[in-house]
Design a protein around this ligand. Sequence first.
Ligand code: BG6
Length: 486
Amino acid sequence: MAQTDNIPVTFVIFGASGDLTNRKILPALCSLAADGHIGKEFNLVGIARTELTDKAFQQLIKKSAGSKCAEFNEIISRAKYITGEYTHNDTFDQLKDILATHNNSNICYYLATIPEMFGEIAIQLSKNGLSRSTNGKFIRLVIEKPFGRSYESAEKLNSMLHQAMDENQIFRIDHYMGKENVQNLLALRFANAIFEPIWNRRYVDNIQLTVAESLGVEHRGGFYEAEGALRDIVQNHVMQVLSLTLMEPPANMDANSIRNEKVKLLQSIEIMNKTEIAQNVVRGQYVAGTIDDQKVPAYRMEPGVSKSSTTETFVAMRLSVDNWRWAGVPIYVRTGKRLKLRATELALQFKRVPHMSFSKELTHDLEPDVLVLKIQPNEGISVQFGVKVPGREFKLKTVSMDFNYQDEFKEPSKDAYQRLILDAIVGDPTLFIRSDEVMQAWKIITPVEMAFKHNVTPLTSYKAGSLGPVESDKLLAQYKHKWHLQ
Ligand code: BG6
């Protein structure tokens, strides 16, 4: 995992005037400077089509990062900006000149452009001799999902990236991997003796992952119309959390050992046919409703969204993992926008005891044991189990034993981008997504995407402020289960 070396790097952001740079990358760099991870040897270059001078770019960084940090202000004062098209040689000639002034230091390219440009930019870097190192310094490329829109387009993107660079130069970010409690899955499972022995089909009845958002699509209507919840959240964040939850123990914590196990797990997730998709997948779209006493409009009324849109803002599905550990254990996942709360939670619900010695009257309030990993907000872990209610009668009741990160460690967790950008700079690929992981996730998702397109799974609706369509509850009810997070 990341060392805290102050490595000499020229950090080149493509899409430097855009939203991602503004909201995530610059504030993360500012925090890295404040924590002493980057400093004198760190140079920032921005590239975008928006016309800006170096000075204007520097102002923009100051505004985005809200920098009060002397180290970062020094980095800002050296920052350079190139106004240019991502496909024009001239842009790359200017870049070459700037890189030469930094004594050809290590380079980290960050592609914060629209995804359609990722492959193009990589090819341009290659054509201009800027993608492979000739002086022993490293050259890395950081990109963000979406990594393609289907299996085929992801394959095409990978092939373009690989024309320009070797796989070990490419750092694909899934910001969920930067979340503390997602990484904690490794500690919970593989550093404790008590969980792993019961982490299997003998003891686990079903597994549930909920990624609930109360926000809508905000100003991203246009982007979201083409993505939908399946591509936006399930193909990446959900698959990443599931692979860490369900994979076999790696021999060690090396990046490749972990990523090999993740891929093996993804390969074990059953690829559903049309009939199975019709039975096991629910898609929904929100209509107007109320969240936290505020009225919110229907998805179709959001800016940039078609009035007859059929894009899903909610997906629930039942997945199966065909391996010895998980055969027969339903894996339920759901995600949605404009739900009643923001919460990402993983729940392992355990089987009931094989024989209940207490009478029905005494166990009325006893729920199955559950282990809950709260990924956000209030990161923590809680175990729910039965205890005896005080008194002469031997009544049982479910209670919860809670661990909360903030209470225990006092300081709030670092932002995921801060962690991941530092890992890319120091060259630790553990938390980044390898190309075979991307491809396997698309193998699972593409048939579902096709089924949506051909209306195999009808689009249902749900009220903003609810927890999704009733069909999502029915999906579990048909297997005698119910969502843990209500
Ligand atoms: C992004 C999606 O990847 O994740 C957004 O594109 C979503 O639509 C966001 O809102 C959720 O991230 P988080 O960290 O708030 O759960």
